[in-house]
Design a protein around this ligand. Sequence first.
Ligand SMILES: [Zn+2]
Length: 123
Amino acid sequence: MDRIEADAAAVTLFVRSSEVFAACSECDTKSSRVHARYRRSLVDVPMAGRRTRIVAVVRRFKCGRAACPQTTFTEQLPGLTTPFARRTPLATEQLVAIALALAPAAPAPGWPPNWACRAGRTC
Ligand SMILES: [Zn+2]
């Protein structure tokens, strides 16, 4: 972890990997050839009632295996990042649990409404 910024409403954690190597997502070959770096911003579960955001500096590596179709790949930070995700796995898990808890066991009478059917929803 690089640093933490916090105010009354939010906490932001700035992190980066300390690993030298990362494994290619296609062929699992380890590489240390960094191609680029960029920031990813991830929503995490609230910390002490404050919105929590993680700003991760991730690296894009060149795959070391000449025959690999994946010429470059982005490292994933275990427990924090998954490809294309905007939330941490824990935040996603909590969101799914809330959605399932709030979802009705059976659709309400009259659902889906006619306007939804006209809008292309399968009815
Ligand atoms: Zn590869």
